[in-house]
Write a protein that binds this ligand. Sequence first.
Ligand code: EPZ
Length: 425
Amino acid sequence: MLNNGNFMSYFEIIGGKKLNGEIEVKGAKNAALKAVAAALLSKEKWTITNFPFIEDTNRILEMIEDLGVKVVRRKNKVEIEARTIKKNNLDEDLTKKLRASIILAGPMLARTGRVEMYHPGGCVIGKRPIDMFLDGFKKMGAKLKQREDEFVLSAEGLGGARIFFPKISVTGTETMMMTAVLAKGETILENAAMEPEIPMLAEFLNKCGAKIRGAGTPAIRIKGVKKIGGGKLDLIPDRIETGTFAILGALAGGKIRIKKCNPDHIRALLVNLEKAGVRIKEKKKELTVEGTEKLRPVNLTTHEYPGFATDLQPPFTLLMTQAKGTSLIHDSIFDGRLMFTEALNLMGANVIMNDPHRVTVNGPAKLHGRKIASPDLRAGITLVMAGLIAKGKTRIENIYQIDRGYEKIEERLKKLGADIRRIEK
Ligand code: EPZ
């Protein structure tokens, strides 16, 4: 039964409560999705621990089960055994729900020589092209047939290739890296992404028998092998959850202790929070953040890792609406990632859109609650945070978007003292 999430439920929030206490970070969504896809490369069992059960990971697990792959879900881990892959077409409905479904095309091609799929859907944060994926597969010897938004990739065995990414792409890098594991000969990826999820995956693939060097740098070399084995992969903590909760602490703390995280993975955020006057105490696997009324404005440009993550721009922009002065926020990665500021303005913020990539934020602005819908998952959590600091009641619709990336979020926020309820319609 495909649980496609309840699209009619909403969150009801009464703002103004100070938040105190501890919150544990879950395993990284954007590591889990790629690990599930990479598991198709092996015929042996992969056990993935610290696994977040959220809508996006539910969807990708449903997609591989639909292909006949064995999936066993346990408390916070999943076991995957792709002994056989029974079909070559990816479920259309699931593909359109999950932008990251494009990642499956690589391992499918490498294992079976053919994949039929639709252009992936996902977020509203801007056109999500897949030209670099298709170019990469063709360079490795695949043939592409396209009809409207459906395409078929086929290959009599993939060959290593030299692939230069015209734009740095996280999933592009991960997909070509995992696909090259089973391609004949050497593949070189240049201008590759360096997000922490990439070396994590490479290290595990090497434990299973792959030959990958340079993951986490702009140049990755992969020597193809005939097959890879199985093993146990413990996912790194979700750095976007970590950063989101750190900003929440600055906005609505009292004092919030963020546990099971890796502060090194959000260094760019921590540096900017200090610049904004936020007091943070750091330990190896935890952060303590205190709320502050005296926030200073900070100008920010997002950048590929290790720069400031675009996924943390929406919560940081909200933070700047509470700073005393003017901040310039530039999201250099996506076209649509600042659209949510219109909703913040409806709540009383003062944000001017200079162009689709740049806004000017004037603060501090007193926010008041209202009914709004979450456009995508990172803007969605930001609107929840806005409701938590706004005066009065906020109702947030379309919370499937938030459930895509944050496991049981209202329960975890309630534990910090938030007045938030999920209303199932
Ligand atoms: C990954 O998306 C993340 N998703 C995104 O997180 C994150 O915002 C993004 O990286 C940037 O950090 C996953 O890992 C599943 P890109 P991805 O390819 O890989 C352009 C979240 O909230 N591009 O790095 O899809 C693209 O339009 C999500 O968890 C092409 O032009 O992003 C963008 O401008 C949202 N052609 C730029 O590259 C392509 O073929 C970077 O995108 C592919 C991408």
